[in-house]
Design a protein around this ligand. Sequence first.
Ligand SMILES: Nc1ncnc2c1ncn2[C@@H]1O[C@H](COP(=O)(O)OP(=O)(O)O)[C@@H](O)[C@H]1O
Ligand SMILES: [Mg+2]
Length: 254
Amino acid sequence: MLEVEKERISSGVEGLDKLLGGGYVSGRSILLAGGPGTGKSILTWHFIFQGLENGENAILLSLDQKTEMIIEDMKSFGWDPEPALNENRLIILSGDLRLIPRESGFEYIIAFDHPMLREQPFTVQRLADLVRRKAGENKAKRLIIDGLGPLIELGTNRFEMRQMVYGFLRELSAKDATVLITHELRTMSGTQNDEMPYFICDGVIRLGTLYTAGDYIRTLRVIKLRGANHSMRPVMFKINDSGIIVFPDARLPD
Ligand SMILES: Nc1ncnc2c1ncn2[C@@H]1O[C@H](COP(=O)(O)OP(=O)(O)O)[C@@H](O)[C@H]1O
Ligand SMILES: [Mg+2]
């Protein structure tokens, strides 16, 4: 069979690039899945700042952290997003999921910082419009959706929601940008919604922790990467003041 080598784009983490066989697959979507605090957001920031250093613009859509908090946390790792934000090379859009009481019960809404979404009832379509417009503004090559959960929670009809989120992701991918999505796995998993992002993304990386020799270590595994060769081995990684370091060659304890 003819193997066509796909173009790769650096994740911003040397050890992860090695594990992936050169980086994420350019122009595709990759899901970072893991429990809370497993390093998903930090991993997306490596991708963002690696791009900015190389003249590639980015859009960060966060559905679980406020913009000010994101900026503050980025700075704590030594990244300063302000110059890129001022020049529109980096655009951060943030919103959070809220449960609003209605006469007939409760309704989920996503409360957004952006004026285009603040006043109106939130829809995935409207969010897609906003991202489309912003991507047109700064010609983003790297699109990040941090926290897919709230989008999935919104729907009363799972099938309909799946179609909408799928359409949204496909549209983003079609923009010739590489799309990074994070999804928080619940401790009590097993619902259909939890698994949905696994099928719709081209690549999946699982982040987690392992308890061994009286201590927790962080682990990462590339579960799938459509159209590319990669290692399936779980590897160890660390988080320190400069972010994430992946050790692709260190053997994990059995
Ligand atoms: N300076 C640091 N040194 C070591 N670990 C850190 C540091 N800053 C944050 N962390 C770890 O990173 C975690 C947060 O990572 P984050 O990417 O926000 O997780 P997620 O997005 O998966 O919830 C914290 O829970 C903490 O364990
Ligand atoms: Mg996060």
